[in-house]
Design a protein around this ligand. Structure first.
Ligand code: URA
Length: 265
């Protein structure tokens, strides 16, 4: 707004304040972020006679700390999801059909974090619903004896990297704040990082997944257990046994029953 625009606006405000005074208003309760002009217009919409007497310029509204986020965890997750749906912070936005935010119980004790949506996830807007997703669901339901809906499942990046390539650092950097906010809201007791990209991103390390898996690490104070990605397990079924050992560590950590060993899912 130029000087003239600002001066006009101030004059208009002064006029409205005077009008309000004439209407008997003595105090302005323009609390918080409510715009003075809007307030004035709402309280004296029909009084339009210009009053030329200058009123003191309105004081700049005092800066209040940002309001604490409100709503249930689900509502707060929905609010983040609404931001993700329109996100264009990185080049992945151009190629997506749907953003893939996350699913599950907002109060989940376990959060599974993969790398990024594949073709099927991009099509449906839900994480881990393709072939690897079916295996993950089996690992959770048939292996751990939990329901998929009882855990929370998300990814490092919310849009599909073309051709299922690894997400680029700039894509991870752009998207990570959304994941951080999801984790902060859900406050899982254990995070299970699925595969190299998730584990290395969250732990800020270049150590190979084969060395990281099999023991708990910490992600900002939350125990994090890396394990093999289900897509890797589809290609290397002999490693399912190791992944099952990892999942049993999570169950034990949470004091949950460990189903007797059976043929891995
Ligand atoms: N692989 C992932 O890492 N995430 C998905 O959502 C699907 C496949």
């Amino acid at each position: 707004m130029g000087h003239r625009g600002a001066a006009d606006r101030l004059r208009e405000l002064s006029r409205r304040l005077e009008t309000l005074k004439l209407c008997g208003h003595r105090y302005l309760d323009a609390a918080g972020a409510e715009d003075l002009k809007t307030w004035a217009a709402r309280h004296a919409p029909s009084v339009s006679a210009p009053i030329e007497a200058a009123a003191p310029p309105p004081k700049a509204p005092s800066r209040r700390p940002a309001a604490a986020p409100s709503g249930t965890k689900q509502e707060q997750l929905d609010a983040i999801n609404a931001e993700v749906r329109v996100c264009v912070k990185c080049p992945l936005a151009k190629g997506r059909t749907n953003t893939v935010f996350g699913v599950g119980d907002p109060a989940a004790r376990i959060m599974f974090i993969g790398e990024g949506p594949g073709a099927e996830e991009d099509r449906r807007g839900e994480p881990f619903v393709g072939r690897a997703g079916q295996l993950l669901t089996d690992m959770i339901e048939k292996g751990m004896n939990l329901r998929r809906a009882d855990v929370y499942i998300a990814n490092i990046v919310k849009c599909r990297p073309p051709g299922n390539r690894d997400p680029e650092p700039v894509e991870v950097e752009s998207c990570e704040p959304y994941l951080k906010r999801q984790i902060a809201l859900i406050q899982p007791e254990v995070i299970c990082a699925l595969g190299r990209v998730a584990a290395q991103t969250l732990l800020k390390t270049a150590t190979p997944i084969s060395s990281l898996r099999g023991e708990f690490h910490a992600y900002e104070g939350t125990p994090l257990l890396p394990t093999f990605h289900p897509a890797y397990l589809l290609r290397n079924p002999a490693m399912k046994k190791e992944a099952w050992n990892d999942l049993k560590m999570i169950l034990r950590r949470l004091g949950l029953a460990v189903p007797a060993d059976k043929k891995s899912p």
